[in-house]
Design a protein around this ligand. Structure first.
Ligand code: EPU
Length: 344
């Protein structure tokens, strides 16, 4: 597998934030056997690698990383039907958006609200991607992952993944589990998911009353193109902070002063607040700090205007968090994975 190795590899083009970083060894994994061979050759005291999919949820520091695995395992297929569900599987390296489009073309709707999310199928469960009224966990069946510590292959069902809002068991053990394939359960009796206000409004504006799955897919993609930067033009990782969850008392106190604050009561009694609104109210929307800034259409998205480093991004993030904490008493949590240790 020697053609899969690259030494002192520049990672700038391999992360959507376009942050400079380098890998002492970059290894492309094209098959499950490549992944197994890597695990078998690894010594227990070797540092855990950085596992890279589309690099779209990552903040890289400048220091060299020892080993970076670029997951390029492809393949997608229908596994079977199970009562009211179709079960489909994709290799971890497949593009998420292309996979979603493929399921729709094949006639298996259910993932259309997650159109145009950058990144790979294998990365989707790591942060339980979600958008426009749907979280990936709701369509998840199971996944296969390789334990890079022991070399063991393990199947994870949804309970084992411990999904939460932009959360999973994998997010807390970076470098340990290499996801090789993910399976989804798609409903045969499809109903559109139009709970997210902006999606309903946009469909209505297009004169669509009962949308097809493809119309939902196209409409979500159009909203995303309008609001979020195109990673090919402006580096970013999408939302940089999670929408904060606060208790009812804190939410009531904030809403008494700011009744227009967008908020979403949760099943567990807590209330999710729109971080983008809080950040915009602090004056950050469209504002720059050197080569980084808050996006002009979505304050929750930090962008690289060109030449930024991971340190620049973290400095802006600290400033934004500081002003939001000071003004609203709310702590914002960083959403992407931050890799800053040299020779990790
Ligand atoms: N808002 C503002 N100002 C802003 C941004 C947002 O006032 O600068 C307000 C909006 O007007 C709206 C509310 O905040 O009332 C929510 O905004 P939006 O619909 O844009 O969604 P979001 O909560 O900011 C989340 C996800 C996105 C996902 C959208 C749509 C997180 C961290 N982000 O953003 O996911 O696309 O909802 O479902 O939950 C991502 O994770 O990278 C991502 C883009």
């Amino acid at each position: 597998m020697h053609d899969l190795f690259q030494y002192d590899a520049d990672l700038t083009a391999l992360n959507t934030f376009r942050l400079p970083a380098c890998a002492r060894t970059l290894l492309r994994l094209r098959t499950v056997d490549d992944a197994r061979a890597f695990a078998a050759a690894r010594h227990d005291d070797d540092p855990l690698p950085l596992i890279l999919g589309g690099g779209s949820n990552l903040v890289l520091g400048g220091g060299p990383l020892a080993v970076v695995l670029k997951v390029e395992i492809g393949g997608r297929r229908k596994l079977g039907e199970d009562g009211d569900m179709v079960v489909v599987e994709a290799g971890a390296g497949e593009s998420w958006h292309d996979f979603v489009r493929w399921t729709l073309v094949e006639g298996w709707p259910g993932l259309e609200n997650l159109a145009l999310i950058p990144g790979t199928v294998g990365a989707a469960p790591i942060q339980n991607i979600g958008a426009y009224g749907l979280e990936m966990a709701e369509r998840f069946d199971s996944l296969t992952a390789l334990d890079l510590g022991s070399g063991e292959v393990r199947q994870f069902d949804a309970a084992a993944c411990r999904f939460g809002y932009r959360e999973s068991v994998f997010k807390h053990a970076p470098g340990r589990w290499l996801v090789v394939a993910v399976r989804f359960r798609l409903p045969r009796r499809w109903q559109p998911r139009l709970d997210y206000g902006e999606l309903g409004c946009e469909l209505a504006a297009r004169g669509i009353v009962v949308p097809t799955p493809l119309q939902v897919f196209d409409t979500v993609a159009a909203i995303r193109r309008r609001k979020l930067p195109d990673p090919a033009e402006l580096g970013s990782v999408g939302s940089f902070f999670k929408n904060p969850l606060v208790d009812t008392a804190r939410a009531a106190a904030l809403l008494a002063v700011h009744p227009e604050l967008p908020h979403y009561p949760q099943p567990d009694g807590r209330v999710k607040l729109a971080a983008g609104w809080l950040i915009e109210r602090c004056g950050w929307k469209g504002r720059r700090l050197g080569s980084v800034g808050c996006h002009s259409s979505q304050a929750l998205v930090l962008v690289n205007h060109g030449g930024a480093t991971g340190a620049d991004v973290l400095e802006l993030a600290a400033r934004v968090r500081g002003t939001v904490r000071e003004r609203f008493g709310v702590d914002l949590e960083i959403e992407p994975v931050v890799i800053f240790d040299e020779e990790q």
